[in-house]
Design a protein around this ligand. Structure first.
Ligand code: PEP
Length: 251
C-alpha cells in the first residue's frame, strides 16, 4: 500500500506569549525553516488565539503553517469568549488542535464535543489535530489501548480521510512532566491507533500520527524513529525557536 505520510512537527504554545516575544519566536522559526531549506516536512505553530493573525503575518513568505489551539463547534452566535473555526481560518490558520488533554480535563470536553469541533474545523477548511491519550491511572490499570480506541471512535467524525485529519497520541502523564514512554510503548500505541483508524478512515494508512509529551531536542530523534510516528506535537520545547527547529531537524 502506498505510504504518503509527510512528517509534521507542530508547536502548541498554549497560553504563552505576548505579541513582541511571539513575533520573535515566529520569525525565528520561519527563518530557520528557510535556512534549512526543508521541502520534505511541515512545521506548524499554534499560538494563542490572540496572536494567530500576527503570527500568520510574521511567517508569510515561509512554509511555516499556523494553527489554533481549540475552536467552538458553531460558526457564530451567542457563545461569549469562544472562537469559531471560521475565525481562525479568517486569521490565517490552516490547522486546529482539538481535544487536547488540558481541555478535556479543564473544560470537561467529551469525545462528542471534540468530534463536533473536528467537524467544525472541516466546515471552515481547517485540518483538525485530534488529541487522544491515557492518564497514568489508566495506563497502570492496563487500559491504554481501550482508552485510545474509545477516544478515537468517539472523537473522529465520520467521513474522515488522511488529507483532513491528524491524530496526536499524547499520554497525559507525559505532558509537561519530562517523562516519556519508551519507544516500544510509543510504537505499540501508534500501531494500535492505526489499527483502530482502519475501521474508521478509508485511507488510514496515510493518516499522520503525531507523538506528543515532553518531546525535546535531546529525545526527538529516538521518539520520531519509533514505528508509525509521523511527527510530534510539542508543548514547552516549541517556545524556543532553536529547540523547536532542532526537533524538526531530527525528523
Ligand atoms: C502538549 O501540551 O501538547 C505537550 C506535548 O506538552 P509538552 O511538550 O510540554 O509535554
Amino acid at each position: 500500500m502506498a505510504r504518503t505520510r509527510r512528517p509534521l512537527i507542530a508547536g502548541n504554545w498554549k497560553m504563552n506569549g505576548l505579541k513582541a516575544d511571539a513575533l520573535v519566536l515566529a520569525k525565528g522559526v520561519a527563518d530557520g525553516v528557510k535556512q534549512a531549506g526543508w521541502t520534505d516536512r511541515d512545521l506548524l505553530v499554534c499560538p494563542p488565539a490572540t496572536l494567530v493573525m500576527a503570527v500568520a503575518e510574521a511567517v508569510k513568505g515561509s512554509t511555516v503553517l499556523v494553527g489554533g489551539q481549540d475552536c467552538h463547534a458553531k460558526p457564530s452566535g451567542a457563545h461569549t469568549g469562544e472562537i469559531a473555526a471560521e475565525m481562525l481560518r479568517d486569521c490565517g490558520a490552516s490547522y486546529v488542535i482539538v481535544g487536547h488533554s488540558e481541555r478535556r480535563a479543564d473544560c470537561g470536553e467529551t469525545d462528542a464535543v471534540i468530534r463536533a469541533k473536528a467537524e467544525a474545523a472541516w466546515r471552515a477548511g481547517l485540518v483538525p489535530i485530534v488529541c487522544i491519550g491515557e492518564t497514568l491511572a489508566e495506563r497502570e490499570a492496563g487500559m491504554t489501548f481501550s482508552v485510545l480506541a474509545t477516544q478515537l471512535k468517539g472523537s473522529v467524525p465520520a467521513g474522515a480521510s488522511a488529507v483532513r485529519l491528524v491524530v496526536a497520541y499524547e499520554p497525559v502523564w507525559a505532558i509537561g512532566t519530562g517523562k516519556t514512554p519508551t519507544t516500544a510503548e510509543v510504537a505499540a500505541a501508534h500501531a494500535h491507533i492505526r489499527k483502530v483508524l482502519d475501521g474508521l478512515v478509508a485511507d488510514a494508512v496515510d493518516v499522520r500520527l503525531l507523538y506528543g509529551g515532553s518531546v525535546k531536542a535531546g529525545n526527538a530523534a529516538e521518539l520520531l524513529a519509533a514505528g508509525d510516528v509521523d511527527g510530534a506535537l510539542v508543548g514547552g520545547a516549541s517556545l524556543k525557536a532553536d529547540e523547536f527547529l532542532a526537533i524538526a531537524k531530527a525528523v
